[in-house]
Write a protein that binds this ligand. Structure first.
Ligand SMILES: Nc1ncnc2c1ncn2[C@@H]1O[C@H](COP(=O)(O)OP(=O)(O)OP(=O)(O)O)[C@@H](O)[C@H]1O
Ligand SMILES: [Mg+2]
Length: 336
């Protein structure tokens, strides 16, 4: 695992990779993000050993639509590898896209990993990276990368708190004097909210939607809640009406979905409050004088930030280009 104190002494790796549950990004020295595609693979499954067919953006439109004989695989779940073959295929696809077949031989890389990943989970990531053709790999904790990318003053003797909100995990960390004071992770992110919205439509309205529709619905609702027209806004959703057993469109008020969002953010707010409760009084006082910074794609849902600010009394703000913070942190380490 990569540590703060060794940052200046290490030799710089060739690449950095943010292998996320929903999105994979590759960063090259002095160039920034050179690859950004969904973390998805498609395999041909005709009865024998499944064969890799494609990955990334090409596969995104195929989710929930593949015919028999093809299978979509998600290399990660809740921030960590769940399918080592698919993860190494995804990494191989990303490396080939970036460097072509004649790219660097066994490039060295920094790879982000959740702060609470176990040794076994880190070991699996190392194996997938090796299988994909990477050379020396150093793992870096994601909340640290997010804090770096959000330009927090980590070297100050004042506390900084970052909450990295991804698709599979939400990670809360407090830093001071270039060191981690406390962290807590909840293995739940934006994908869990998509699933909760689909479940709500199914159980309350007997209406079935696929994962991509649920994700679009979440983004529409987040926009609506942010513009405070949720009481009056009507949201239309396309899917299968189970009452009539046919495709259809359902029209609901955006505010009908608010309890689903509130239930989803509850454990996240609780985890952040637990961190605020457990840090030393002086660090807590620092945080009251500055804002908690949210990063990651799921920070866009906004409700988590608002609830946390209400319940903790501490200011909460979104980082600039929040979904790119981990990548920016990786770029800073690469560029030195
Ligand atoms: N405007 C938006 N409103 C709501 N959610 C959004 C928005 N934009 C992105 N998201 C969500 O952000 C998540 C993707 O964020 P990100 O790329 O940070 O995750 P990841 O790095 O792949 O996941 P993890 O770090 O948890 O493994 C998805 O769940 C996506 O639906
Ligand atoms: Mg991430």
């Amino acid at each position: 695992m990569f540590h703060f104190s060794r940052a200046s002494r290490r030799t710089r790796p060739d690449l950095a990779i943010d292998l996320g549950t929903a999105n994979t990004r590759v960063i090259r020295r002095a160039e920034g993000v050179v690859f950004e595609e969904p973390t998805l693979c498609c395999y041909v499954d005709d009865g024998g050993t499944p064969r890799f067919q494609s990955a990334g953006s090409k596969v995104a439109g195929m989710v929930d639509r593949v015919p028999a004989g093809l299978q979509i695989r998600h290399p990660l779940a809740r921030g960590v590898l769940q399918d080592i073959d698919a993860a190494s295929a995804m990494l191989d696809y990303a490396l080939t896209s970036v460097s072509g077949k004649k790219g660097l031989r066994r490039p060295s890389a920094l790879i982000g990993i959740p702060a609470d990943a176990t040794k076994a989970e880190a070991g699996t990531l190392h194996s997938a990276a090796r299988d994909a053709g990477l050379g020396k790999v150093e793992l870096v904790r994601e909340p640290f990368l997010a804090a770096l990318g959000a330009d927090l003053s980590l070297g100050d003797a004042r506390a900084s708190m970052v909450i990295e909100c991804g698709a599979g995990t939400t990670e809360i960390a407090v830093y001071s004097l270039n060191g981690l004071c406390l962290s807590r992770s909840v293995r739940q992110g934006g994908l869990a909210l998509d699933a909760a919205l689909a479940e709500f439509l199914h159980t309350r309205h007997h209406f079935l939607v696929g994962s991509q529709t649920a994700e679009r619905l979440k983004r529409d609702l987040a926009r609506s809640f942010a513009s405070s027209d949720a009481q009056t806004a009507t949201i239309s959703v396309k899917g299968r009406d189970m009452h009539r057993a046919r495709p259809g469109t359902i029209y609901l008020s955006a505010s009908d979905f608010l309890p689903v969002f509130e239930k989803h953010v509850l454990p996240l707010v609780e985890a952040a409050r637990a961190v605020l409760h457990d840090i030393s009084p002086d660090l807590a006082a620092d945080l009251f004088a500055s804002d908690i910074v949210m990063t990651g794609g799921s920070a866009c849902t906004g409700l988590f930030a608002r609830k946390l600010a209400q319940e903790s009394g501490v200011g909460v703000r979104l980082a600039k280009e929040e979904s790119r913070c981990v990548s920016r942190g990786l770029a800073q380490l690469l560029d030195g």
